[in-house]
Ligand binder design. Structure first.
Ligand SMILES: Nc1ncnc2c1ncn2[C@@H]1O[C@H](COP(=O)(O)OP(=O)(O)O)[C@@H](O)[C@H]1O
Ligand SMILES: O=c1ccn([C@@H]2O[C@H](COP(=O)(O)OP(=O)(O)O)[C@@H](O)[C@H]2O)c(=O)[nH]1
Ligand SMILES: [Mg+2]
Length: 243
């Protein structure tokens, strides 16, 4: 059923207004951390710094989205090496915050353990810094934005939109199978958390794909088959881009 919904949303006409208003506010409140969980507010002035000047100066930006286990990280590595992209994984940036023992590391760990979404004020800032500190002309942002709130915050704070959104479309049972055999010792690769992550993906992340689909920016890739087969479809798409 999820697959059917994904296919239909990506076939919508570019101007469907229903698309932009599909944020699930109630689930949002249930799944995002409560106000009490928030860390001290970061410096707002710093947050509102645009990405490296005007749009013309900034790198080509591709958001890479898809459910947990759909193969985002695997395919990003291959795109990075074949097409000269820098690979920024939002999940890795957050895990670095945990392992480097930052002030809010433990708090981020709890959110990841529960399969929820870290508030935008943390993630956008990490992603923005990673883009700015990379000298690459092409950047893949893997696993972000995770919800409409993330997307809106990114666009507002950086003053830019992605040039392309790649969406890896994978059936749930395949994603679960892959995650349960990922073997990277991740606190969130257990069946209980996986179920929560799949719910969050469907209710909060899919509307982001839908939004970019309505703007003609999302490209759906069938994420079943071997890594090579999937990369072949990715390679075809990237070969058509003027980078
Ligand atoms: N096409 C594929 N077929 C089978 N396993 C895959 C495929 N692509 C990736 N994997 C494996 O599935 C797991 C999840 O892949 P990963 O790239 O980490 O996904 P994501 O970043 O979307 O969570 C990893 O163990 C990876 O090696
Ligand atoms: O922008 C992001 C990216 C990740 N996460 C958290 O980090 C976890 C792992 O994300 P990652 O992208 O590494 O997981 P993947 O989808 O690749 O399995 C997610 O479930 C979220 O809890 C988040 O809150 N915001
Ligand atoms: Mg990943």
């Amino acid at each position: 059923m999820l697959r059917r919904r994904l296919s239909s949303l990506l076939l919508r006409s570019p101007c469907s207004s229903a698309v932009a208003s599909s944020c699930h506010h109630q689930q949002h409140h249930l799944l995002l951390p409560t106000h009490a969980e928030k860390p001290p507010a970061p410096n707002l002035l710093r947050l509102f710094t645009s990405l490296a000047g005007s749009d013309g100066d900034r790198p080509f930006i591709a958001f890479v989205l898809g459910g947990p286990g759909s193969g985002k990280g695997t395919q990003c590595s291959r795109i990075a090496s074949d097409f000269g992209f820098s690979h920024v994984s939002a999940g890795d940036l957050l895990r670095n915050e945990i392992s480097s023992g930052t002030d809010h590391g433990e708090w981020i760990l709890e959110i990841i353990r529960e399969g929820r979404i870290v508030p935008s004020e943390i993630t956008v800032e990490l992603v923005r810094k990673a883009i700015e500190s990379s000298s690459a002309k092409r950047v893949l942002i893997d696993g972000f934005p995770r919800c409409e709130e993330n997307r809106i915050a990114f666009e507002k704070i950086t003053g830019t939109e992605p040039d392309l959104v790649l969406f890896f479309d994978c059936p749930e049972d395949e994603m679960v199978k892959r995650l349960l055999s990922r073997n990277q010792g991740r606190v969130d690769d257990n069946i209980e958390t996986i179920k929560k992550r799949l719910k969050v993906f469907e209710s909060l992340n899919l509307p982001v794909v839908e939004y970019y689909s309505s703007r003609g920016k999302a490209h759906k890739i069938n994420a079943t088959g071997t890594e090579d087969e999937i990369f072949e479809a990715v390679r075809k798409l990237f070969s058509t881009l003027r980078l």
